[in-house]
Design a protein around this ligand. Structure first.
Ligand code: FES
Ligand code: FES
Length: 171
């Protein structure tokens, strides 16, 4: 028998047990059961019907899947749902409060900071995280700290302007 050939009669490895996960998503506790390798991104989209968070590359290279976990921006395609059990997750659907847009959402509208809009939820969640970090002081620093969020439409000047507006409006 050649190396690597599968012996007939060999029993396949059993699937691992599904795991119960609880997250506080946009202020509401959500429980679901997933296989251990399900990413937070897929859990949000496929198990919680929160499709505002986008899948671009699924490899940590585009930022389309950015959400806030315990207040920090992360690529949700690069973390497993089970690793975040008990965490607070904020997605684009949870940024508005009492019907009022988050200041950065409004700034994106004011500055026409999107074209197709596919990257926009990730850009806005990342921008909200960046503003909370308080470490960007200039347009150059915004560009640097937002460099993980790719926009294939090239709306970068408007995105930077929107973030500057929201940053300056922050009390
Ligand atoms: Fe997560 Fe691209 S989908 S970084
Ligand atoms: Fe189209 Fe950014 S607006 S990818």
């Amino acid at each position: 028998m050649q190396d690597g050939a599968v012996q007939s009669g060999a029993s396949p490895s059993p699937l691992p047990e599904k795991v119960s996960v609880a997250l506080i998503v946009n202020g509401v506790e959500r429980r679901f059961i997933v296989l251990p390798w399900v990413s937070l991104l897929d859990a949000l989209r496929d198990h919680l019907d929160l499709t505002g968070t986008k899948k671009g590359c699924d490899h940590g290279q585009c930022g389309a899947c950015t959400v806030l976990v315990d207040g920090r921006r992360i690529n949700s395609c690069l973390t497993l749902a089970v690793m975040r059990d008990g965490a607070h997750v904020t997605t684009i659907e949870g940024l508005a409060t009492d019907g009022a847009l988050d200041p950065l959402q409004q700034a994106f509208i004011d500055h026409d900071a999107f074209q197709c809009g596919y990257c926009t939820p990730g850009q806005i969640c990342s921008g909200v995280g960046l503003i909370a970090e308080g470490r960007a002081k200039s347009a150059d620093e915004i560009r640097e700290f937002m460099s993980g969020n790719i926009c294939r439409c090239g709306a970068y000047p408007n995105i930077v302007a929107a973030i500057q507006q929201a940053m300056e409006a922050k009390p």
